[in-house]
Design a protein around this ligand. Structure first.
Ligand SMILES: *[C@@H]1O[C@H](CO)[C@@H](O)[C@H](O)[C@H]1NC(C)=O
Ligand SMILES: *[C@@H]1O[C@H](CO)[C@@H](O)[C@H](O)[C@H]1NC(C)=O
Ligand SMILES: *[C@@H]1O[C@H](CO)[C@@H](O)[C@H](O)[C@H]1NC(C)=O
Ligand SMILES: [Zn+2]
Length: 203
């Protein structure tokens, strides 16, 4: 009888050990090649770890619900940023889709174009969709949080990082009121960085 209990305990302990070991330290990220990115016109390197994480929404394109749509959204944003804004590349470090997947933009080590004054010291994450009224679905929010957590573990993001919404860096609606209210509840949200007031006549 005693032997049975000892064996049972040993089995439980083994199960825990096995699952702890399975917490893998890789994160699936859809590469630029996989979503069909154009080459950047120019690259400026950025050193890690960065002290800021800045959350955006795309507003347009709207939410993408499967991987084909999300890849298309990444290509549309890149075209807009390169052709209309005349930037070197898609502005964001990463996109996160309604399919719960993470898409590589400029990545961890290339300086982004998404938040003036913060571009060389932040990771900019675009939560694809318009999040003024509704928050993104749980799988999309979880992917954003997983990306940040991985970045901290991997030495890409300072473990004492500050989390900001885009509107705390310049006058903009981004990342949408609903998503902004959501990230206020997340760890590391910095309420000391005040929202930049928008002129009355802008959205
Ligand atoms: C930027 O980083 C890449 C990849 O690590 C490297 O090959 C390249 O030489 C760097 N460029 C500059 C200007 O430091
Ligand atoms: C994704 O689903 C939302 C909610 O149903 C819908 O509004 C949106 O148009 C869909 N996106 C696409 C690209 O079809
Ligand atoms: C992380 O941030 C803290 C607080 O700003 C700073 O003291 C520290 O040097 C940073 N660490 C690295 C590795 O950059
Ligand atoms: Zn933004």
């Amino acid at each position: 009888m005693l032997a049975f209990f000892v064996m049972a305990l040993f089995a439980i302990e083994k199960t825990f050990t096995a699952s702890a070991c399975q917490e893998d330290d890789t994160l699936k990220i859809i590469s630029r090649e996989e979503w069909g990115a154009r080459d950047a016109k120019h690259i400026t390197n950025m050193s890690n770890p960065v002290p800021y994480v800045i959350i955006h929404h795309s507003y347009i394109p709207g939410a993408c619900n499967d991987t084909d749509q999300c890849k298309q959204a990444m290509r549309d944003m890149q075209d807009f940023h390169m052709d209309d804004r005349e930037w070197w590349d898609i502005g964001y470090s990463f996109g996160v889709g309604g399919d719960g997947l993470i898409y590589e933009g400029r990545g961890w080590t290339r300086m982004g174009a998404h938040a003036p004054k913060y571009n060389d010291q932040s990771i900019g994450i675009c939560t694809i969709g318009d999040w003024r009224i509704n928050i993104p679905p749980p799988n999309q929010l979880k992917a954003v949080q997983d990306l940040i957590a991985f970045g901290v573990r991997d030495g890409r993001i300072n473990k004492s990082y500050k989390l900001l919404g885009h509107r705390q860096t310049r006058p903009t609606e981004c990342p949408g009121q609903a998503l902004f209210d959501e990230i206020k509840k997340w760890p590391h949200f910095s309420s000391t960085t005040k929202e930049v007031k928008m002129p009355a006549n802008t959205l």
